[in-house]
Design a binder for this molecule. Structure first.
Ligand SMILES: O=P(O)(O)OC[C@H]1O[C@H](OP(=O)(O)OP(=O)(O)O)[C@H](O)[C@@H]1O
Ligand code: HPA
Length: 179
């Protein structure tokens, strides 16, 4: 168990499970984009370890860009997605969005809106973690690493109020502590 700020978390997904999920995603992406030079678009801050781990498993040409969006405050979505760092050189490119997690899907909806405005040639969505019970949008996800229940997690890029991103494994919130 670990404590971050006022909350306690329990070990949930270990390093080897994360690594094997990323390897499978990279293998599929590599096949789908054979002979192309896709642009991986990482969504900061949370996606930084995922972007590093996945792109290192891709052989062949690719580019890496980042955008910075924010929707979460504490353990709750604000439903307002702010674009803190934009990206504007994607016209005509094959873009693969790299998200650490798709939860409610608000952030994803914003990204898709940005990509459609930029007239990209194609886009696909890759997310390391996915909460199907929380997701209420229509866009389909193209590459999913690990499906998880609708509980707050930290680690491997994901934070609780700024802390926990550096943890190499993923921890799940123990929910009985606020009774
Ligand atoms: O599907 P949603 O409910 O929109 O949640 C997913 C988004 O929330 C988190 O980002 P956050 O806004 O916390 O910013 P961060 O990556 O800087 O922590 C996460 O990194 C995703 O981008
Ligand atoms: O479960 C989560 N943990 C951390 N950040 C998040 N952003 C969306 N869902 C989560």
């Amino acid at each position: 168990m670990i404590k971050i700020h006022d909350l306690t978390f329990t070990p949930f997904i270990d390093k080897s499970q994360i690594d094997s999920a990323i390897s499978k995603m990279a293998e599929k992406i590599q096949k789908d984009y054979a002979g192309k030079t896709p642009v991986f678009l990482g969504v900061l801050n949370g996606a930084f370890p995922f972007v590093a781990a996945l792109t290192q498993k891709i052989s062949g040409n690719c580019e890496v860009e980042f955008t910075k969006l924010r929707s979460y405050a504490g353990t709750q979505t604000t439903q307002q997605v702010q674009e803190l760092i934009g990206v504007n050189n994607l016209k005509g490119r094959d873009v693969i969005v790299l998200e650490d997690i798709v939860d409610t899907g608000h952030t994803l909806t914003k990204i898709i809106n940005i990509l459609e405005n930029q007239e990209v040639s194609s886009y696909k969505i890759a997310t390391l973690f996915y909460k199907p019970e929380a997701y209420h949008q229509n866009h389909s996800l193209d590459y999913i690493g690990i499906e998880i229940p609708n509980k707050f997690i930290v680690g491997f890029g994901l934070d609780y109020d700024g802390l926990g991103r550096n943890l190499p494994e993923v921890y799940q919130l123990i929910e009985t502590q606020h009774d």
